[in-house]
Design a protein around this ligand. Structure first.
Ligand code: GDP
Length: 461
């Protein structure tokens, strides 16, 4: 086929989307909003997420009762809501949330996917995997005396670190949930003080005042979450939005509707009896409908969309932002693989194994050396990789080169490196598609660095 093109370059032909691709959501599904919940350890992130799910009907009374009983048994009664989110009992025994728990609830405007993230120092990497997928974030602050101050403390304060990280991943809309207002008797002065202090810091991180909203809450006492406060002290002075309102006021995430189709495949379902194969994933760009021709990468075979399903219901059109199962016809099932990408026939993704990356080495990571063997992750792909060059160390604030060709990289450094993967994978530069160019490097099950693909050095044909 003539789908191959010059090294690293996208085709020169310009893409013109068809009319049906651009129209706003035809059916009445809510827009999906990926929401990261970040903040200092013990600020109340898990309690808050558990509360929201409970209040919005995603956790039944019976389930909640079970969680309450279980947590009482272990003498950790106050963790009941947090438990609603934790999945394994191992995590429960430790009393902390370990993984990026994913849960859903609906507001008037959004289908909210909660990317919960623990605030424990060791678990910063999980917070990052949440932040890389987020359209917006809730930054949870513990309002109690001393706790807010600890979160802002220069070297150990996670509030500062989290704010900087979400910003560096391009999340600019933040709802600051000032939690545990019950502990400070719903004091307006305390709320104003926190807003003033933290507001100053967030502005230095590059957040705009207009994309921040400030909501005092008590996750524990259910104040100002899904309705205006009922506490007398609180409602005497507060007449702003409650948390759910603030979520509905977030600007809808931009969907790449007018770009050519890109759908990274996270799962493949085969039904040999029907001779069908379905690729599941989220459309990152463009649109599909039955009859659409797609190019299945990295196999580079053409297929035709036979039908589409969303949340187990047949649908006629899928557009950027939608999670769908795409049933293909005319394709050998073995050529459709998880980690592959469905593309517009004229605009294939790159298939490459030699990449330049811009990285942030995480806290507590061992040094990264030339020749280091790591596990490379991008969209739904995981591939062994070797560090082939360390080009430069960058100043994390300005991005300027502070050192060329260093011998190794250590924790908290930002750097440009080259990697060579064992096998070629589907990938794009971050500048052309965030979802296909956002990477993490792992070693022994731990994320040691996160970053972006800045250059595809060599494409395979
Ligand atoms: P995380 O580490 O940020 O997920 O915090 P958790 O949700 O586990 O909460 C930490 C502790 O703070 C637990 O003991 C909670 O019961 C408590 N907590 C959470 N929200 C509130 C609140 O609004 N008021 C009070 N008084 N305590 C809270």
């Amino acid at each position: 086929s003539d789908n191959t093109n010059a090294k690293g370059a996208r085709p020169q032909v310009s893409y013109k989307p068809e009319k049906w691709m651009l129209s706003q959501q035809a059916d009445d599904t809510l827009t999906q909003l990926n929401l990261a919940i970040v903040g200092h350890v013990d600020s109340g992130k898990s309690t808050l997420s558990g509360r929201l799910l409970h209040l919005l009907g995603r956790i039944s009374q019976k389930q909640m009762h079970k969680y309450e009983k279980e947590s009482k048994l272990q003498g950790k009664g106050s963790f009941a809501y947090a438990w609603a989110l934790d999945e394994s009992s191992e995590e429960r025994e430790r009393g902390i949330t370990m993984t990026v728990a994913v849960a859903y609830f609906d507001t008037k405007k959004y289908h909210v996917v909660v990317l919960d993230s623990p605030g424990h120092k060791d678990f910063i990497p999980n917070m990052i995997s949440g932040a890389t997928q987020a359209d917006a974030a809730i930054l949870v602050i513990d309002a109690s005396l001393g706790s807010f101050e600890a979160g802002m403390d220069g070297s150990k304060g996670q509030t500062r670190e989290h704010a900087q990280l979400i910003r560096s991943f391009g999340v600019d809309q933040v709802i600051v949930a000032v939690n545990k207002m019950d502990v400070v008797a719903y004091s307006k002065d305390r709320f104003d003080f926190i807003r003033q202090q933290l507001g100053m810091f967030l502005r230095t991180c590059g957040f705009k005042d207009s994309s921040l909203s400030w909501v005092p809450i008590s996750a524990m006492e259910n104040q100002n979450l899904v309705a205006s406060p009922s506490n007398t002290n609180f409602k005497n002075w507060y007449n702003g939005p409650y948390l759910l309102d603030a979520i509905d006021s977030v600007q809808p995430p931009t969907r790449e509707l007018s770009k050519p189709l890109l759908m990274p495949i996270c799962d493949v379902i085969k039904s040999p009896t029907l001779g069908q194969v379905s690729a599941c994933g989220k459309l990152e760009a463009g649109a599909l409908r039955s009859g659409s021709k797609v190019l299945v990468m990295p196999s580079a075979v053409m297929g035709t969309v036979r039908s589409l399903e969303r949340d187990s219901n047949a649908c006629t059109v899928a557009r950027a932002g939608d999670n769908v199962a795409v049933t293909l016809q005319g394709v050998d099932g073995s050529l459709v693989t998880a980690g592959g990408v469905l593309c517009h026939p004229d605009f294939p993704v790159a298939v490459a194994k030699h990449l330049e990356l811009k990285l942030l080495v995480l806290d507590g990571a061992n040094p990264i050396l030339m020749g280091s063997q790591l596990e490379f992750h991008v969209h739904h792909v995981k591939e062994p990789a070797r560090v082939s060059k360390i080009l430069s160390v960058l100043d994390p604030k300005t991005g300027k080169v502070t050192k060329k060709s260093p011998r190794c990289l250590t924790a908290k450094q930002s750097a440009v490196i080259e990697v060579i993967l064992e096998e070629p994978i589907c990938v794009l530069e971050f500048s052309s598609c965030k979802a296909l160019g956002r990477v993490s490097l792992r070693l022994l099950g731990r994320t040691i660095a996160v970053g972006l693909v800045t250059r595809i050095i060599e494409e395979q044909n």
